[in-house]
Design a protein around this ligand. Structure first.
Ligand code: PLP
Length: 449
């Protein structure tokens, strides 16, 4: 069934052309009400890690709803939410043991900023409130989270309402912001953090936040191996907390529980959402270090004040636990590890199209950047950034493959990329099917260009 936007009471993303109506999902596939089948090649916006239509999750959901769905966190705790926090703390690096729950990634990153500020308030350093982040980043759409985000297209309508958080350039080896090349660059993009801290004043800065691999804003930009060690050292030198925004990268997406493991660096806080529930319930949260926990606990009241009505409900706990159990039982992170090289190799075959400039990422968080000229890495220069990526995603969608396109990949203004990030349950032959559609979509769009 195709809906008409004027008749529908739902305010649609695209009011001029309404998306098809979904009927059901099964594994990596979604079906619309016309019976058309789509491969979910990006797990929605990198959410549906365990695939669609998993019966066990539905059963856990129904059982908990019948027992008790909701309690307010100042009135009760519950077994499901305690169990979920325990499981997450086991997945997290040593020393990150306490979990605060929210319902989305934006709430999570904003909560992490508030926790950082409360930490320094308790230590009597009231002015340490600013969060440094990076251009080419996305940390969420609520005003606090958007203030941290360097995603120009998503910021531009709200700039005067945003908090004045300082930003440094993100590591972007394909279009180096320092006009240099790895490793001769000496990772100067990481050292810029020190410069910014010194310019702003460490007395005013509570935290530095970064996505380990830049997702929506960078098309799986992956920093060099030394990057986060340098960042960690600078944060320690100036007594600034390091927040890893693992909303996209967490819960196995890159082949490890959390992506910071690839750099062997432990942050002070990890923010998670998306894959934590794999889409079966809105769950997000912040995992905090023992160091932060002790300061909050021993603070003036021992109360962590900020929260949301839907923080840490029994329903969230029951669904979250079942999702993690399901991932373990089916060794889904193992599947990501096992098939990620195959997926990457298959994506690299698409270099046969001259507009494929760079293929990058880790695990099942892979990106393709499209360029006008591969030699010079010159991006397409349409007024609308992301237009080429959008056309490719549209063409793929028509052919039954869902991708996550984006723009501004070069400098926030220019650039085109797509994220390829299938559910962890994908099989080799399904990867082949996905690549074949992507190949056709890129070929047809390139021809039209
Ligand atoms: C890294 C990262 N942080 C935060 C968010 C915001 O999450 P949400 O859309 O659940 O608020 C996103 C969403 O794409 C994200 O990719």
């Amino acid at each position: 069934m195709t809906r008409n936007s004027e008749e529908s009471h739902f305010l649609h993303y695209n009011m001029k052309s309404i998306a098809p109506t979904v009927d059901k999902g099964e594994g990596i596939y979604l079906y619309d009400t016309n019976g058309k089948r789509y491969i979910d090649g990006s797990s929605g916006p990198l959410v549906c890690n365990i695939g669609h239509g998993v019966k066990e999750i539905g059963e856990a959901y129904a059982a908990q709803a019948e027992k008790v769905a909701y309690v307010f966190r100042s009135h009760f705790t519950s077994e499901p939410v305690e169990n979920l926090a325990t499981l997450i703390s086991k997945m997290a690096p040593d020393g990150l043991d306490k979990v605060f729950f929210v319902s989305s990634g934006s709430e999570g990153t904003e909560m992490a900023a508030k926790i950082a500020h409360q930490y320094y308030l308790e230590l009597g350093q009231e002015r340490k409130e600013l969060v440094i982040s990076r251009w080419l980043s996305y940390h969420g759409i609520t005003m606090g989270a958007l203030s941290m985000s360097g995603h120009l297209a998503r910021r531009k309508n709200f700039v005067s309402s945003l908090l004045p958080y300082p930003k440094i350039y993100a590591p972007n080896c394909y279009h180096c912001p320092e006009n240099s090349e790895y490793p001769a660059c000496n990772i100067s993009c990481a050292h810029r953090l020190k410069e910014t801290i010194q310019l702003v004043g460490a007395d005013y800065i509570s935290a530095f936040i970064a996505e380990p691999i830049v997702g929506a804003a960078g098309g799986a930009l992956t920093p060099p191996p030394e990057y986060y060690k340098i960042i960690r050292e600078i944060c320690d030198e100036f007594d600034i907390l390091f927040i890893a925004d693992e909303v996209m990268t967490g819960f196995g997406r890159t082949g490890t529980n959390f992506a910071m493991e690839h750099w062997d660096v432990t942050p002070d806080m990890i923010v998670f959402a998306k894959g934590a529930s794999a889409g079966y319930y809105p769950i997000g949260g912040v995992i905090i270090s023992e160091k932060i926990y002790k300061v909050l606990r021993d603070g003036k009241k021992g109360i962590f004040a900020p929260g949301h009505t839907f923080s840490g409900t029994p329903m969230a706990g029951a669904v979250g636990v079942k999702v993690i159990e399901y991932m373990d039982q089916h060794d889904l992170v193992g599947n990501v590890k096992q098939l990620s090289t195959y997926l990457m190799d298959q994506l690299k075959t698409l270099y046969k199209h001259p507009i494929v400039g760079d293929v990058r990422g880790k695990g099942f968080l892979l990106g393709i950047e499209f360029v006008k000229d591969r030699e010079t890495r010159e991006p397409f220069n349409y007024k609308e950034s992301g237009k080429v990526a959008g056309l490719i995603a549209k063409k793929a969608f028509e052919k039954g493959l869902i991708l996550y396109p984006g723009g501004g990949t070069v400098d926030g203004h220019l650039g085109d990329h797509i994220l390829v990030a299938p559910p962890f349950v994908i099989k080799k032959e399904e990867i082949d099917e996905m690549i074949s559609i992507l190949d056709q979509a890129i070929g047809e769009v390139a021809k039209d260009l």
